[in-house]
Structure formats: structure tokens, C-alpha cells
Design a binder for this molecule. Structure first.
Ligand code: CO
Length: 360
């Protein structure tokens, strides 16, 4: 992995952007875009990065969502604690004692999701999971007035996980938060960068979508602007190579190459598009993994149903510990995914599109 790519991934995983509050992520993406890319937006804030190739070629949409799962201030208690509403799917058991950042009107405020010490728990309590409704955020304030007036926090303010980027002892294993889906945001930037030096018989739209984690909303609105002929969703996939995940649940491992999803909870991966991609992977000797999820959906759900239908596939970089404060990716998986999609884009001309749609 190139140094600049690693620096971009550090910046992308450390920036905060929960659903509805993605502007800071958009700014980071734009900082790393190559010069020939034109930038526009949909009206909800999705970022559309256009790289024009041959004018009569297909319109290829490559969406990666900018939002990460987070929270919103629901209530400030009289004794100065914050009750929160989740934005996106958080499992309760990953939340206690995690650091967060509350974005108030006077700037960022560090906080901690409070937890009761085991010393005070009854035997019954110890065995039970604490639900997020019972949790609160401690921002170190004495009372409600201090939260609202001194810290500038009010109901509706966004709350994001606070989790610095790093590596394991093996420097190819990158640790960070929000790989879902900052890995996809980085991915379309890397692809656009690779296309700087190449001819491509199409127009590529790297799209940083908004509000994916609350129902793939920005994908729907940005597709109205892009009007894609074909779509490659760049997302975090699930690395199942950890204790507790059975092969019949899902498959995929770190350092196994990009995951091509034949099925997820919102879409059937387009069959001929999948074959087009795996033929190129075989030709270029790029590893890949076929996988399947019965739950969860991606931006592919609304996009493949756009207009008269858009051949779409979900391509995932394997991530361990998705929808947690911290996850792990392998640098080679990232690079191989970027390489594969770039090779696909280079070959995706009007004839290829026709054969992928392939009516008979
Ligand atoms: Co995602």
C-alpha cells in the first residue's frame, strides 16, 4: 500500500460523520481527489466525483457511503448526563465504556459511555446485557446548564465514536473505526487516482453517499443525479475468519482478496456482471472471494432498482468487527480491490454493458 493511501485511510477513519452529518468526511475525500475529477452534490449532501472518459460509454456509479454508525443527543438530564438515540445498527454489548465525541455548537466535546462497576451489581445484573436505552454519556458536566451553556450541546447534536487509527504488529493489518464505509470512500478515490493515467471507455462517478446506515437514503437521491448504467458498490464486507462465525453463516477472510457478494439482504448480485468481474480477476491473477449474506443491505438496494434497473454488485473489503468502535482490514485486500475494480472499469465499454445486460 502506498504511503499516501495509508495517510488517506487514517484521515478517513478518524474523521467524524454520523448519518446526516457527513460534511467533514466530504472535505477529507475532496482533499485526496485527483485534479481531473469534477465535484458536484445531490441535495441531501452526497458527494459526486466525476471522471469523464469516452463520452458514449456507460455511466459507472461507484458509491461508498460517507456516514458511520453513531448517535444523536436525545435528552440532557438535570444532573448533566446525555441520553442518546442510535443512528444505525449498534449491538448493545459493544458500547459500554467507549469514548465518543459530541459535536456541540461550541465545538467537539469528549465523552464516555458510562457503566456501573461490577462491585455494585447484583448476581442477576451481572449475567444480563445492559441495553443502550439504560446507558448515558458522561461529558464531565455538573448539571444540565453546564452541558447546554458551557459546552454548547443541545438535543439533536451528533455523537461519533472516538477511535484512533493504528496498526497491529503486522503493519499490513490496519486498525480503525468506521471502515464501514470509509474503506469504500477511500476505494473510489484510489480508483479515480489510478484512472488518471489510463484510458477508460466510460464515465466514472465515485459517490460519497449520505445516510446509508439509516436506510440507504443518499444512494437513492444521488442515483437520480448520476443516472447510472451500471453500479459497483464499494463497501466493507465481513471477514468471517474469527471464532464464533460458522461457514454456513457467511464466508470470507482477511488477506483473501475482495469479496463479491452474490446475495445480501437487499439485492441479488447481478449474475453477468459478477462473471464479467471474476473473468477479469482470473485474467489479471487478482484473488477474490465469493460470499453471501442473508441479512443487511447496501446502497445497492435502491441503486439497482433505479429507473428501469441497474446491473449492480456489492464488492466488499473484508473487515473484522464491523459495527463496533474498532475494526481491522488488511492493506493487500484494499489494494487488490482497487486494482480489480480499476481493471473492470478499463474494460467496461458500451459493448461490455450490452453483453452484461444480455437479454435473450
Ligand atoms: Co456500510
Amino acid at each position: 500500500m502506498k504511503k499516501t493511501t495509508r495517510a488517506m485511510l487514517k484521515a478517513l477513519t478518524e474523521v467524524n460523520g454520523v448519518p446526516g452529518f457527513e460534511e467533514d468526511v466530504s472535505v477529507v475525500i475532496q482533499k485526496y481527489l485527483p485534479k481531473s475529477v469534477e465535484v458536484s452534490h445531490d441535495r441531501l449532501g452526497s458527494l459526486i466525483c466525476t471522471k469523464t472518459g469516452a463520452s458514449d460509454g456507460p455511466r459507472i456509479m461507484i458509491p461508498g457511503h460517507m456516514d458511520e454508525i453513531g448517535f444523536m443527543v436525545k435528552l440532557i438530564t438535570s444532573d448533566g448526563f446525555i441520553r442518546f438515540a442510535p443512528l444505525g445498527g449498534w449491538p448493545d454489548q459493544v458500547l459500554l465504556s467507549q469514548r465518543v465525541i459530541v459535536r456541540g455548537r461550541k465545538g467537539d466535546v469528549p465523552g464516555l459511555i458510562g457503566a456501573k462497576p461490577p462491585h455494585l451489581m447484583s448476581g442477576d445484573e451481572r449475567g444480563k446485557m445492559v441495553k443502550k436505552d439504560a446507558m448515558f454519556i458522561d461529558v464531565g458536566a455538573k448539571n444540565e446548564k453546564e452541558v447546554t451553556d458551557k459546552l454548547g450541546i443541545r438535543v439533536g447534536d451528533p455523537i461519533a465514536p472516538d477511535s484512533p487509527f493504528g496498526t497491529m504488529k503486522n503493519k499490513k493489518l490496519l486498525i480503525g473505526k468506521a471502515w464501514d464505509d470509509r474503506v469504500g470512500c477511500g476505494m473510489f478515490v484510489s480508483i479515480l487516482e489510478a484512472l488518471e493515467k489510463q484510458e477508460h471507455p466510460n464515465t466514472v462517478y465515485g459517490v460519497g453517499t449520505v445516510q446509508e446506515e439509516v436506510g440507504t437514503r443518499g444512494a437513492q437521491t444521488s442515483a437520480e443525479v448520476v443516472k447510472p448504467d451500471i453500479c459497483l458498490v464499494v463497501e466493507s464486507g465481513i471477514a468471517a475468519d474469527v471464532p464464533g462465525i460458522k461457514p454456513e453463516e457467511t464466508q470470507g477472510k482477511l488477506d483473501g482478496g475482495p469479496l463479491l457478494y452474490v446475495l445480501d439482504g437487499g439485492m441479488i448480485g447481478h449474475r453477468r456482471l459478477r462473471d464479467f468481474i471474476t473473468d477479469i480477476a482470473d485474467e489479471c491473477k487478482i484473488p477474490y472471494q465469493l460470499s453471501l449474506l442473508t441479512g443487511g443491505a447496501t446502497d445497492g438496494r435502491p441503486i439497482h432498482l433505479h429507473s428501469a434497473g441497474v446491473p449492480t454488485i456489492f464488492i466488499g473489503v473484508p473487515v473484522r468487527y464491523i459495527h463496533c468502535h474498532t475494526g481491522i482490514i488488511h492493506a493487500d485486500d484494499y489494494d487488490n480491490t482497487a486494482k480489480l475494480i480499476t481493471e473492470v472499469v478499463k474494460r467496461l465499454d458500451a459493448n461490455a454493458l450490452k453483453s452484461i445486460i444480455g437479454h435473450r
